[in-house]
Write a protein that binds this ligand. Structure first.
Ligand SMILES: C[S@@+](CC[C@H](N)C(=O)[O-])C[C@H]1O[C@@H](n2cnc3c(N)ncnc32)[C@H](O)[C@@H]1O
Length: 248
C-alpha cells in the first residue's frame, strides 16, 4: 500500500483541534545567532544553546545525510519541532540533487505564530523563505511534494504509538527527541528497536546524545555504533549503522 495513503487513512481524524498542545514555549537566540524554542514545561530547548543551526548541520546533515550516497534517500525524523532539520535536508537535496522522502513525527506541532518568527531563512540566505513556509504549511498526515526532489510526510502523533513496520525502508534516522533526562520513555531500547524495524540494512541512525545507555540500546537494536565528534559545546554524538559487523 502506498505509504502516504496509509497515513492519510490512519490519521485522517486528527485535525488541528485535537493536536496536543505544549503552550509554554518561547523563542530564544542561541550562540550562533540562530533561534530555537525553549519549552518551559519540559525545561529544555529544542536545540543546543551553543548554536541551533550549527548543531543541526553537524549532527544531522554532516554526520548523517552526507554519509548517504544513494540517489534517493528515505529519512525518518523523530521530532519535527521547528522544522530546521527538514529545512536543512531540503537545502541539501537541492545542493546534491538527491531525491528525498522525508517522514517526520511530531506530537506537539508548533503554532504558526511561533514558527513564522523563527529566523532561519534570514540567516540562511541561500534558502528561499517560501520553502520554510511550505514545510510548515504542508498538511499533516498527507505526503506533500515541496520541490521536484523533496517530499514530506508530517505525522501528528505520538512516536510511541506508531507501527513502524508499515514504513518503506528507511535509510537514515534523525533521532531528535528531547533528552533522555527529560523524556526517558522515548529512549527506551524497545522504542529504538521498533524504529529500527523499518530501517534498511546499512542505514544510519544519528542523534546528538552520546550517553552510554543510548549506545547500548542501539547495539541491542542491531547497530554498530560510533562515538564521533559532537557539535560546538558537545564533545561527542552517536552514529549507528544497522547490522554492520565491526564495533568501534
Ligand atoms: C528536540 S525537539 C526537536 C527539534 C526538531 N528536530 C527541530 O529541528 O526543530 C523534540 C521534539 O519532539 C517532540 N515530541 C515530544 N514528545 C513526543 C512524542 N511522544 N511523540 C512525537 N514527538 C514528540 C517535541 O514536541 C519536539 O518538537
Amino acid at each position: 500500500m502506498d505509504i502516504s495513503r496509509y497515513f492519510c487513512l490512519k490519521f485522517r481524524k486528527i485535525t488541528k483541534s485535537n493536536f496536543h498542545c505544549m503552550p509554554n514555549q518561547e523563542i530564544i537566540k542561541t550562540e550562533d545567532g540562530s533561534d530555537t524554542i525553549y519549552n518551559q514545561d519540559i525545561g529544555e530547548s529544542y536545540h543546543s544553546r551553543f548554536g541551533a543551526l550549527q548543531e543541526s548541520m553537524h549532527v544531522f546533515i554532516t554526520a548523517g545525510l552526507r554519509q548517504i550516497k544513494y540517489s534517493s534517500v528515505n529519512i525518518l525524523e523523530i521530532g519535527f519541532g521547528t522544522g530546521l532539520n527538514a529545512l536543512l535536508s531540503l537545502a541539501e537535496s537541492m545542493r546534491s540533487g538527491q531525491t528525498m522522502q522525508y517522514i517526520t513525527i511530531e506530537k506537539f506541532p508548533l503554532p504558526r505564530k511561533i514558527w513564522n518568527q523563527l529566523n532561519y531563512t534570514h540567516i540562511l540566505p541561500d534558502i528561499e523563505p517560501h520553502l520554510f513556509n511550505s514545510l510548515h504549511d504542508a498538511e499533516w498526515n498527507m505526503q506533500t511534494q515541496i520541490t521536484d526532489n523533496f517530499s514530506i510526510l508530517k505525522l501528528s502523533c505520538d512516536l510511541l504509538e506508531i507501527d513502524y513496520s508499515t514504513f518503506a525502508p528507511v535509510d537514515l534516522v534523525y533521532f531528535d527527541a528531547f533528552s533522555p533526562e527529560k523524556q526517558p520513555e522515548l529512549w527506551e531500547t524497545s522504542v529504538i528497536k521498533k524504529i529500527t524495524s523499518c530501517c534498511a540494512q546499512g542505514s544510519k541512525f544519528v542523534t546528538y546524545c552520546a550517553k552510554g545507555a543510548v549506545r547500548r540500546s542501539l547495539i541491542e537494536a542491531g547497530y554498530t555504533t560510533e562515538r564521533i565528534a559532537g557539535p560546538p559545546g558537545k564533545r561527542e554524538m552517536l552514529r549507528g549503522t544497522k547490522n554492520s559487523r565491526k564495533e568501534v
